[in-house]
Design a protein around this ligand. Structure first.
Ligand SMILES: Cc1cc2nc3c(=O)[nH]c(=O)nc-3n(C[C@H](O)[C@H](O)[C@H](O)COP(=O)(O)O)c2cc1C
Length: 213
């Protein structure tokens, strides 16, 4: 492990569950590989613009024709360069309205680029990013991994698909659920998620070269 890319997307502050847990993931990874570099992109605090008007020009295949298109292209290129350079990606993803924050969606809108991070072929779409391992921290007010709300989890399947579409299919999801069920439930969920993080990093250690300092 040489380069860790950290993406936070909570609109809340330092105490946001996903931020606390993402910090814990990074600390655990750094214990494994103290020399690894950490690049942080906080789209919750420093949002990426949504694609509107001229901006669309920048994510299409052709050369942009507008200033707005060029601005998008430059940002998209920079975000993709961060993604390509990373061998481990850590994403903090709160559940907002059963899905992901729009700021995180805007990040995906900039990094999913035909011919750059995925390609269409006769055999269907193919992801162009390979050899990356990802830990996604999902924070949720309710419970979706079991029970009646399970069918309304549009967060995890969506994230799995978006990442897989780019070829990132080694993804571990760490869920902190029932955060809105009172202080005890919240504390239990955070403790459980911390344990899941340790287990996820231990699994990475068990696979040769995945967490090499
Ligand atoms: C705009 C908004 C929408 C939310 N929608 C949902 C939801 O659909 N389901 C859910 O379980 N929790 C929902 N929540 C609660 C958050 O998932 C929960 O507060 C979580 O802790 C937020 O993550 P964070 O602490 O990392 O910011 C929502 C919170 C906000 C602010």
């Amino acid at each position: 492990m040489r380069n860790i890319l950290v993406i936070n997307s909570s609109a809340a502050g330092d105490d946001a569950a996903s931020r606390v847990l993402v910090r814990s993931v990074v600390e655990a990874l750094k214990r494994e590989a103290p020399g690894a570099t950490v690049v942080e992109r906080d789209v919750g605090r420093d949002p990426i613009p949504h694609l509107m008007g001229d901006a669309l020009d920048g994510i299409r295949r052709d050369e942009p024709q507008t200033r707005g298109g060029w601005r998008t292209r430059e940002l998209s290129d920079a975000l993709i360069a961060e993604l390509k350079a990373a061998d481990v990606i850590v994403i903090g993803a709160p559940m907002y309205n059963f899905g992901v924050p729009t700021t995180l969606r805007a990040w995906f809108d900039h990094v999913l680029r035909a011919g750059v991070t995925f390609a269409y072929s006769e055999a269907g779409p193919r992801g162009l990013l390979e050899g990356k391992r990802t830990i996604v921290v999902e924070s949720r007010g309710g419970e979706y991994s079991s029970g009646p709300a399970r069918a309304f989890d549009f967060q995890e399947p969506y994230l799995r698909h978006l990442l897989g579409f780019m070829g990132i299919d080694d993804v571990t999801f760490v869920r902190a659920e029932k955060l809105g069920f009172g202080p005890e439930a919240r504390a239990a969920a955070i403790a459980e998620a911390h344990a899941a993080i340790e287990a996820a990093v231990a699994r990475m250690r068990a696979v040769p070269d995945s967490v090499a300092a």
